[in-house]
Design a protein around this ligand. Sequence first.
Ligand code: HEC
Ligand code: HEC
Length: 350
Amino acid sequence: MKTAYLVRLVMKLKKLSAALLATAAVSMTGVSMAYVEIVSVRNEPVEPIQPAKITDPQLVKLGAMLFFEPRLSKSGFISCNSCHNLSRGGSDNLVTSIGHNWQQGPINSPTVLNSSLNMAQFWDGRAADLKEQAAGPISNPGEMAFTHELAVEVLQSIPGYTTEFYRAFGTDRITIDMVTDAIAAFEETLTTPHSPFDKWLAGDDDALTATELRGWNLFKTSGCVACHNGAALGGNSFQRMGLVEPYQTTNEAEGRSAVTGADADRFNFKVPTLRNVELTYPYFHDGGADTLAEAVDIMGRLQLGKRYTPDENAAIVAFLRTLTGEQPRIVMPILPPSSDATPRPRPFDD
Ligand code: HEC
Ligand code: HEC
């Protein structure tokens, strides 16, 4: 009894000092990094990306560990970062992802960068938010192929994790809800401020070249901005893919109608963000376009009935490249070792 109480007390003190240290760190860097809102001085349909606001550093730290944790998969090999590689713009740069046992995924992996700005998650918007989304891949047989019960059992069996959960939640009885809370808190920090375009929005006239600026003007005047607007240049509506001309694909995804059942929603997809788009090739839900030039050409023809000259296409592509912001700087989390009681990975089971 007495030792248990002492352990709790020590944990509480540790938590308190961690919180104090974190507050000190935030306030120390407050001016240069932690939080300065970026304000646009121009009257444009796109707003700058804001730096991440970290309100619960312990939860974010745990979320980062879980994001990189391959033991949340049956194989012990696939983590969120396998398909949303933060060294590669938060995506896997594959046509469609590779899941458990080298299964071919059904759809292109969208970036997790700035995903907190999406009005809903997934191409068809079937998850309301990041927390709901994070429950999906762990138990998806084509992705991490695990179960929520087993994922919790694995974490619960690792002393290094029970300590971290205790620090974040005040209890070491882990639930899947706590797991998805922490992952979502981490994902909320994955914003990419200070892109050249945002510097221009904030008033720096030299942040864009004449060609890039011409690309932005073409993007606006030809109508791309009708669907790609807001801070993320997307993520805030579902739109038909192939509005003027049908899109040719062998991919079976039917889009929003899979969620609503409404025929009118067939082939409506969540408009993807164009932030960091130069890093997140190949493009479209089926990964059907390899290059930005190809994606711009298809968008022009299929969504707007426009054929761009090579010069115009190049200017729009140049503009799109100015949307690459500062990538999150993440210290690779060191994951605690399994214990003797931890269920072992089963990489080669179906
Ligand atoms: C095997 C590859 C794979 C793994 C592992 C994986 N994802 Fe995904 N993720 C995808 C694919 C593919 C989609 C798109 C699925 C769809 O829209 O139907 C997606 C969609 C998402 C989205 C929605 C983004 C948007 O713009 O709609 C988020 C957020 C996300 N994943 C986070 C995670 C997290 C967190 C984990 C770990 C718990 C994870 N993913 C594990 C492949 C993967
Ligand atoms: C009517 C709405 C609409 C208009 C107009 C529009 N887009 Fe899109 N855009 C979308 C949708 C929806 C998708 C996703 C389609 C899919 O994956 O099947 C998309 C996807 C993209 C992508 C691929 C992003 C990725 O990560 O896969 C790029 C690049 C893009 N659009 C650029 C443009 C440009 C440039 C224009 C103007 C020439 C434009 N869009 C006009 C709705 C629109």
